[in-house]
Design a protein around this ligand. Structure first.
Ligand code: SER
Length: 583
């Protein structure tokens, strides 16, 4: 079955069961600073498991873009991908276990027409005060699943997205991929049984103190890995042999004049990494390669692909050629990558060129260091990083190929120091979402500080900044809030902004320790990491914010503030676009 067909059938089936189709959220979490990328379909929906009303109702279906880096070293095997797509049907306080299982069963057996004989299931065994899920097992049995195809497990059958938050017991569905008929008894440790779908009965919440309590509402979170499912439905060893990756794999064969059969691992890694890089670069919240956080993950993906390309003797820059094929295949559904394709190609070209300049020399340096030693010191690994742009993982991979190790702890110490300097530099360079440092942008930047404080005073004191982007024409400001502003509130915000502008408040900057700034109650951006010494901007005694500038000297320089648009940005986040009119 073609991946597009599977997606279509999934959507259609759940729509016929009263689900509303929604688009994939951004790869970058908008209301969770604990993860760099969305790693599961449920992440963007967390506020709705907790009781917030979803604009599309209580039954939802979608495919979510996900990215997992914990599986980095597994990439190249049959079933792990850095970027992948997760199909999901969601009950936000609507149906629960029985109905969810009924629907999963119907989809697997009636729509995908999988023979019962090739299916097996796991249910939660119970632990730490949460009881064994006999209900789920009973339900599967009522649908004709024999006892020996149902296994109770602990670890794998309890899903939670993080240290705290919604969680619950789950039931996983497995498909037999062997050539011989499936054994009567299901052995979850036999990986001929491939997990294709997970139904999580999300009715619990992990609290900060480690205790587990009941959620206000009972939810269902399901996840079907599109890549894996397509592969097993086609009887292929992995998704790389399907339409999901074949055009890229074929192009790599052509560019390297080598065959996939002989160079499976290298080609799989390149194909996986280029696809992930395209989606990260093409995301509506675009990330570019850098040495920190998400940008560093992107850099690692691109550079690893370049190194593998070199191992295959690909002579010329090749990443954007491959990226074109990804955009061609995926851009009809994921419109953002089609829209941002020129940016994607340009960034890939730049990063590839940059790395090509140092890769060769770096490899020679690595050889010098590695010769006659059985461990690469943290300092040497850091030198390879700093002077030749080798991410730690690349040095580790090179070392492992020669059976030596890397002193990771010392590397990390050096790296941490370096990251905080880079973050400060990046904060200075991009100045918190500023397009440039023209007088107009600077004015709008100061207006953004005022806007946050005005929203907190006029609308809700819990409002926090979630993002901002400023061009010479307008400001765009994202903040945490879960409903539309009323016309009256918008008017009040504008009036208060203009009152402060007219009051001619002085803008001043002070440097202080992070602790001092926090004690003063200075606003920080959600999810941002700050160095020990920070710069804080004060506007009169009205607003205080962590910020690297630039700003105007006095609010009287700003002109008249006007809101152009107020809209939803993502779950629990609103967006205001506003301008300053010249008077
Ligand atoms: N959250 C679960 C998973 O990722 C089901 O969607 O497997």
């Amino acid at each position: 079955m073609h991946p597009k067909k599977l997606r279509e059938l999934y959507f259609k089936f759940f729509q016929s069961k009263g689900h509303q189709l929604i688009e994939s959220a951004s790869l970058i979490p908008q209301n969770d600073a604990s993860v760099l990328f969305n790693t599961a379909g449920m992440q963007p929906l967390v506020p709705f498991f907790l009781g917030q009303t979803h604009p599309s109702g209580k039954r939802i279906v979608n495919v979510q873009k996900c990215l997992r880096t914990v599986d980095f070293e597994n990439i190249g095997d049959n079933s792990h991908h850095t970027f992948f797509q997760m199909l999901g049907n969601w009950s936000l306080g609507d149906y629960f276990k029985e109905e969810a299982i009924d629907m999963s069963f119907e989809f697997l057996t009636k729509i995908l027409k999988l023979p019962l004989d090739m299916l097996a299931f796991t249910c939660y065994k119970g632990s730490k005060g949460v009881s064994k899920d006999t209900e789920a097992a009973k339900k599967w049995k009522s649908l004709g699943i024999p006892d020996e195809r149902i296994v109770f497990l602990t670890k794998d059958n309890f899903w939670s997205a993080g240290e705290t938050g919604p969680c619950g017991p789950s039931s996983e569905m497995f498909y037999w991929t062997g050539k011989k008929p499936a054994p009567k008894k299901f052995d979850p440790n036999d990986d001929t049984w491939v997990e294709i779908w997970n139904d999580v009965f999300m009715c619990l919440e992990k609290n900060k103190d480690g205790s587990i309590s009941e959620l206000k509402q009972k939810n269902v979170d399901t996840g079907m890995g599109l890549e894996r499912t397509v592969a097993v439905l086609q009887g292929k060893e992995s998704a790389y042999e399907t339409e999901l990756f074949q055009p890229v794999v074929k192009k790599i064969e052509q560019l390297s004049k080598k065959s996939y059969r002989d160079h499976q691992k290298e080609m799989r890694i390149i194909a996986d990494h280029i696809r992930a890089a395209v989606f990260v670069l093409g995301d509506e919240n675009a990330i570019t390669p850098s040495n920190v956080d998400r940008g560093y993950i992107l850099r690692r993906l691109i550079r690893r692909a370049v190194r593998y390309g070199k191992m295959l003797d690909i002579q010329k820059p090749f990443l954007s050629d491959l990226a074109r094929l990804v955009v061609k295949d995926y851009g009809d559904y994921y419109k953002e990558i089609e829209k941002n394709k020129l940016f994607i190609f340009q960034e890939l070209d730049q990063e590839e060129q940059k790395f090509a300049l140092t890769l060769e020399k770096g490899l020679r340096e690595f050889q010098k260091i590695a010769v006659n030693s059985d461990v690469i010191s943290g300092k040497d690994a850091f030198l390879l990083f700093q002077s030749y742009g080798f991410p730690l993982e690349m040095t580790q991979e090179l070392a492992a190929e020669q059976n030596i190790s890397v002193d990771e702890a010392i590397f990390k110490e050096e790296f941490e120091k370096h990251q905080s300097t880079s973050r400060t530099a990046a904060a200075g360079k991009f100045k918190g979402g500023l397009a440039d440092d023209s007088p107009e942008t600077t004015q709008l930047h100061t207006a953004t500080h005022l806007l946050l404080e005005v929203l907190r005073r006029v609308v809700d004191s819990n409002i926090k900044q979630r993002g901002s982007n400023i061009t010479p024409e307008r400001l765009r400001f994202d903040f945490s809030f879960d409903r539309k502003l009323t016309d009256e509130e918008k008017k009040k915000v504008e009036d208060e902004m203009n009152r402060i502008i007219d009051a001619g408040m002085e803008v001043r900057r002070e440097e202080m320790s992070k602790e001092e700034a926090v004690t003063l109650g200075a606003q920080m951006e959600f999810g941002a990491k700050y160095p020990e010494r920070v710069s804080v901007y004060f506007i009169g005694d009205f607003s205080k914010e962590f910020c690297g500038g630039p700003h105007v000297k006095n609010t009287s320089e700003l002109g008249k503030f006007k809101i152009k648009k107020e809209q939803s940005s993502s779950a629990g986040v609103r967006r205001i676009k506003a301008v300053l009119l010249k008077e």
